[in-house]
Every structure is written in structure tokens, then in C-alpha cells.
Design a protein around this ligand. Sequence first.
Ligand code: HEC
Length: 154
Amino acid sequence: MKTRIIALAAATGLASAAAPALAQDFDAVLKARQGEMRIMAINLGILGAMARGNLEYNAEMAQAAADSLVAVSQINQRPLWREGSDNMSIDGTKALPMIWDDIAGFRADWEAFGKAAAAAAATVANGQEALGPALRGIGGTCQACHEAFREADS
Ligand code: HEC
């Protein structure tokens, strides 16, 4: 019963009104958004390895990697970037407060990534030489958003 009351209070916002945000309140959110970024990095890495010749070009594998990037770009981002989950408010994240100061810019950067992923998905099965332009297109969108909205590595 007690847990139900607490859950209800949390759901209605009664419990959290005075309490500062705790990192564990955002645990699932951080795991989800950092996990999606890892999925993106892994799939971009497959395309990169094929482009450099470290991995033999395989049209089907390239297509699967690009399709995965498109799929991630279609995940609803709103619940993953909850206000208060920036690196000034909680530990365990590199998300800059700037995201919430310029949410339109952040969303535009995510959309640019989605467009680049879709463009890549339309070409990567055409041959190894299609990978370079596709990679540069996507990579530029990762970098642009990280420069504006992610804490730089120290
Ligand atoms: C719209 C903005 C945006 C785009 C586009 C974007 N990122 Fe990120 N990325 C972030 C932010 C913000 C973080 C920090 C998240 C956190 O620590 O909570 C991050 C974190 C990461 C991480 C670290 C994840 C971890 O385990 O902590 C990796 C890896 C990453 N991004 C790869 C990529 C790759 C690869 C691309 C392009 C295919 C990309 N990102 C595109 C904003 C973006």
C-alpha cells in the first residue's frame, strides 16, 4: 500500500515538488539515450570499416547498418531528453543544458541526422564507393550536434 501511495504521489508530481532531481530518477532515460547513441556508433562503425577496407564490403550488411541508423532516427526522442537531465543537474550524463535552451535547434540536429541516415540507406547497397559520401553525410550530423549539445571530452 505504501509503495502505491508513493508511486501515485510521484506520478502526480506531489512527491517531487520540493525534492531536487536525483540521478536515479533519470536512470532509465540516460540508459536509453546513451544506448541509442551506442547503437548508432556501432552501425556507423560497420560502414566506416567497410569504407576503409578493414571489413569486406557486403551490400546486405551495409544496408542493414544504414537501416538501423534510420530506425534509431525514428525513435521518439521527447521522453529521452527530459528537462532536468542535463550535466549541471545530475551525474552520469554529458548532455549540456543548452539542449533545453535551444530545444528547436536540438530537434533540428536530430532531424538532420535522420535525413542523412535515410540518404545513406538509399545508396550504401550500390557498392563500396558509395560508403564514403554516405559516411561523411551522417558523420557531419553527429559532430554538429555533439559540438553544440554534448560536453566535450576532457
Ligand atoms: C541531436 C543531437 C545528437 C546527434 C544527431 C547525435 N548525438 Fe550522439 N550524443 C548526443 C548527446 C547530447 C550525447 C550525451 C548523452 C548523455 O550523456 O546523456 C551523445 C552521446 C553519444 C555517445 C556516448 C554514449 C554513451 O555511452 O555515453 C556516442 C557514442 C554518440 N553520441 C554517438 C553518436 C553518433 C555515432 C551519432 C551519429 C550517427 C550521434 N551520436 C548523433 C547528441 C547527439
